[in-house]
Design a protein around this ligand. Structure first.
Ligand SMILES: Nc1nc(=O)c2c([nH]1)NC[C@@H]1CN(c3ccc(C(=O)N[C@@H](CCC(=O)O)C(=O)O)cc3)CN21
Ligand SMILES: CC(C)C(=O)C(=O)O
Ligand SMILES: [Mg+2]
Length: 294
């Protein structure tokens, strides 16, 4: 039995199929680019899913763009579960990927599995993402063996900010570029279903993309990746922080919202909101003296 309302004719062909890890690999093979965005709440998830975006990531960037922290390190597994559940309720077609937050996969393999399983069972994640290369091979193997699809994430890895001392482009030397390619291959061999390439030179991302069987999804990694991801608040100009060079504002929502907020304030202050048509009324026939005696 189908969970979705049946559609006829042309509508049926427009109703896109559920995105799965194998379908992403097929997309790479067909050369059809993959689209991905972050979401942290139900409404945004619906907007993105209904726009036909392939993957929705509940990113730990949640900490910075929604919770107002200075970096992603304070985000907890409970935070991720809470927001992933809200997003889950708004997603039908897209693949739902959830970031494992800092500390949730750094203690032991048992702990990694426990947290990965929680994201699937308690929030409906369909894949999880971990930051790191060679160092994550054991975790990726263990999660994959537990039937949990894993996205890798290499290059500029925000959970390493204390060690690296800032958000810096990675892989700019020949040696560093080769190391990134080895990281990507190791993740693929360990069973990762896709790899996010963040903050690396376009040329390095192109070379990694050409060498991998699994798709690469770029952010600040140039146009030659198999797909692209952006933080929703960056796309909508709602991040309230200086944007990295790789951001493009596709929906200038901040300008639109500012104008509407100003209009609301003025309309309330001058008494034009709410209008009579936006007010409820007594049924006709109720004598006016009843009203005046209230
Ligand atoms: N709103 C938002 N968007 C993101 O893409 C994002 C987050 N938050 N939070 C988590 C991480 C942090 N990210 C960042 C943050 C800053 C730069 C940045 O300032 N980049 C410099 C590069 C400097 C260099 O050349 O090394 C830039 O100027 O673009 C990059 C990625 C990406 N992620
Ligand atoms: C930027 C993407 C890849 C991410 O990890 C996040 O939003 O947390
Ligand atoms: Mg993240």
């Amino acid at each position: 039995m189908s969970l979705v309302t049946p559609l006829d004719g042309e509508l049926r062909s427009l109703a896109a199929k559920k995105v799965t890890p194998p379908s992403l690999i097929a997309r790479k093979e067909s050369g059809h680019r993959i689209t991905a965005l972050t979401a942290y709440d139900y409404g945004t998830a619906r907007l993105i899913d209904e726009a036909g975006i392939d993957c929705i990531l509940v990113g730990d960037s949640l900490g910075m763009v929604v919770l107002g922290y200075e970096d992603t390190l304070s985000v907890t597994i409970e935070d991720m579960l809470h927001h992933a559940r809200a997003v889950r309720r708004g997603v039908r077609r897209a693949l739902l990927v959830v970031d494992m937050p800092f500390g949730s996969y750094h203690v032991s393999t048992e702990d990694t599995l426990r947290n990965g399983i929680r994201l699937l069972k308690e929030a409906g994640a369909e894949a999880v993402k971990v930051e790191g290369g060679m160092d994550q091979v054991e975790n990726v193997r263990a999660l994959t063996a537990a039937q949990i699809p894993v996205f890798g994430h290499i290059g500029l890895t925000p959970q390493s900010v204390l060690r690296t001392g800032g958000y810096r482009v990675q892989g700019r030397s020949h040696a560093a570029a080769l190391a990134l390619r080895e990281d990507a291959l190791a993740l693929q061999e360990a069973g990762a279903v896709a790899v996010v390439l963040e903050g690396i030179p376009r040329e390095v991302a192109a070379s990694i993309t050409a060498r991998l069987r699994i798709p690469t999804i770029g952010i600040g990694a140039g146009p030659d990746c198999d797909g692209q991801i952006l933080v929703f608040q960056d796309l909508a100009d709602l991040s309230f922080r200086p944007s990295p060079k790789f951001v493009r504002v596709f929906s200038p929502a901040r300008t639109l919202l500012r104008a509407g907020l100003e209009e609301f304030r003025v309309a309330v202050e001058n008494g034009t909101f709410p209008a009579d048509s936006e007010s409820y009324h007594m049924p006709s026939g109720v004598p006016v003296d009843v009203l005046t005696s209230l």
